[in-house]
Ligand binder design. Structure first.
Ligand code: 6GU
Length: 241
């Protein structure tokens, strides 16, 4: 997969050199390039923002700079999904991460200030599929941290990035539920025991225990996820929990 990230703070994307994503890049599974948006601003101060039409607080990112950056990206390699991290976007979910992981080219446009001139998105639609995506109902100072989160969520789904693909299937949100709590040795620690089901060595009993804990935890903190479950995926025991 090829990913291009555009930001006025390219150093913000530094963590993408580390850990699983860093290794995926070294292994050639991911060709990720971070671009300094100011390279596409041509005045002496490399200005990327201007005052908003209609007035109001803050500044807006100028369309010319983004237009040039995205034209260059399209000329380098046409097509792909342009992700615009924005609190005004559609909620980013595991299903969207899966969809993006199946594409061969993604671009991330990291905005700052009050946002990017809206015409940039209409114009970029000539080259790319444009998606505004939000991490959740709170405000960040810019798109960089959100892009980091989305790239990590997508990158770990690429074939070969996570060593044991089975570990992906059991995670939170892959089956619409939160994952059950986990434990390791010792079986007793500071007076606290590991649930005896997990020590039983009885595969079916362990699976049932985990499923029940997963349902209980989800019902407790995310009733919205329970409401969204397909009733056909629930067995008689689930319904008792
Ligand atoms: Cl994706 N971007 C910004 N700037 N703020 C956010 C966000 C994204 N998601 C939640 N808050």
């Amino acid at each position: 997969m090829r990913i291009d990230v555009f930001s006025i703070f390219p150093e913000y994307l530094g963590p993408l050199d580390l850990s699983l994503i860093g290794k995926a890049r070294e292994a050639g599974l991911l060709d990720l390039r971070v671009h300094d948006l100011r390279d596409y601003a041509h005045d002496r101060h490399r200005t990327v923002d201007d005052t908003p039409y209609g007035g109001g607080a803050g500044m807006v990112m100028r369309p010319q700079v983004w237009g040039e950056a995205l034209d260059a990206a399209a000329a380098d390699r046409p097509g792909g999904v342009l992700v615009v991290p924005s609190p005004a976007g559609e909620p980013f979910t595991q299903a969207i991460a899966r969809d993006l992981a199946a594409r061969d080219r993604l671009l991330f446009a990291c905005g700052r200030y009050e946002g990017i001139d809206q015409r940039v998105f209409a114009d970029a639609g000539r080259h790319f599929e444009v998606r505004l995506l939000s991490l959740g109902d709170y405000v960040l100072n810019g798109g960089e941290v959100a892009a980091l989160a989305m790239i990590e969520a997508v990158g770990r789904l690429l074939p070969g990035v996570v060593g044991n693909p089975e570990s992906l299937a059991e995670e939170s949100h892959e089956n619409g539920l939160l994952e059950a709590p986990v434990y390791t040795k010792p079986a007793e620690w500071r007076g606290l025991s590991v649930p005896e089901e997990l020590l039983s060595g009885h595969h079916a009993r362990i699976a049932r225990y985990r499923r029940d804990e997963s349902l209980r935890r989800t019902a407790e903190v995310r009733p919205d996820l329970i409401a969204a479950l397909d009733a056909r995926t629930l067995d008689a025991h689930d319904l008792q929990v």
